[in-house]
Design a protein around this ligand. Structure first.
Ligand code: NAD
Length: 254
């Protein structure tokens, strides 16, 4: 067995032991979590974000200036998200929570795949694509569906509505960040999965956990974002690594 492979197995065992003895674990996930479900992250050289660059299509100023243009991207995005299915990584996290070994999942993703995999009380810090929301008067219609064409007007103020997805330059859903910070501050282990930690303020959640003394386990195809903080790094895709890690942790926990 190569030294590299040995090191990977050592890290997996170390992370599984930490998870097996944790009393207050949380997971914090980003776009990489859903790449193996067929949803590209911001960094991949193909996919939605190449056609619709986020700085041109995913900002509040773009939506205010030209809602019809942003709705073209929103419809394409909802199409990609609704065609995706939870992967074994989402399912493994849901199983860990069912077994009482994971408090909650905090996700930056808007795809709803943690919920669909069975995770309960997931905190979606960047919103979701369920229903419609008016950024002008804050009306939220949870049951509205995405229209097939045009820009839906707000029934209260008449201005443009959008799905309750948080665009750049837009505030986070009320309460979500506070709840995520409380969880991060009270956890003893944080699984940081598939995020480049580039989008603030949510990218500061691992720092809160570290200050609270938590162990950090990073799962990423290109880990190293939390190396200075002594994170246990597991290099690989979330759909492969999480089932192995969680199966071993549950085995150790007995
Ligand atoms: P990001 O695109 O900045 O970074 C993705 C990270 O995932 C990278 O570090 C990459 O190395 C890693 N990665 C790629 N494939 C992986 C895999 N199979 N397994 C594990 N890791 C993998 O994503 P971000 O940090 O989440 O920030 C981007 C913002 O865009 C967030 O707000 C996010 O919610 C949003 N976004 C969401 C979705 C979604 O809902 N699925 C998709 C794209 C972007």
């Amino acid at each position: 067995m190569s030294r590299r492979r040995e090191l990977c197995l050592d890290s997996l065992e170390q992370a599984a032991q930490a998870l097996a003895t944790s009393r207050a674990a949380v997971a914090f996930t980003g776009a990489g979590m859903s790449v193996e479900s067929g949803i590209p992250d911001f960094r991949s050289a193909h996919g939605l974000w190449r056609t619709y660059p986020p700085d041109e299509y995913a900002t509040m100023s773009a939506f205010s200036a030209d809602p019809a243009k942003v709705w073209v991207m929103l419809r394409a995005m909802v199409g990609v998200l609704s065609a995706a299915e939870p992967n074994p990584g989402h399912q493994a996290l849901a199983q860990l929570q069912r077994m009482g070994r994971l408090r909650r999942v905090i996700t930056q993703n808007i795809d709803g795949l943690h919920r669909r995999a069975g995770s309960v009380d997931t905190i979606e810090v960047h919103g979701s694509t369920t229903g419609l929301h008016c950024p002008s008067c804050t009306l939220r219609d949870k049951r509205a569906s995405i229209p097939t064409r045009g820009v839906p007007p707000c029934p209260r103020c008449g201005r443009a509505m959008k799905p309750p997805v948080v665009l750049f330059e837009e505030g986070l859903p009320p309460g979500a960040m506070g709840e995520a910070m409380r969880l991060a501050d009270a956890c003893d282990l944080m699984l940081v999965v598939g995020t480049s930690l580039a989008v603030y303020p949510v990218a500061s959640l691992p720092d809160l956990a570290i200050r609270a003394g938590a162990t950090i386990v990073e799962v990423n195809t290109e880990p190293g974002h939390l190396r200075r903080e002594g994170a246990i790094e597991l290099a690989g895709g979330a759909a492969q690594v999480l089932p192995l890690l969680i199966e071993r942790a549950l085995e150790l926990a007995g």
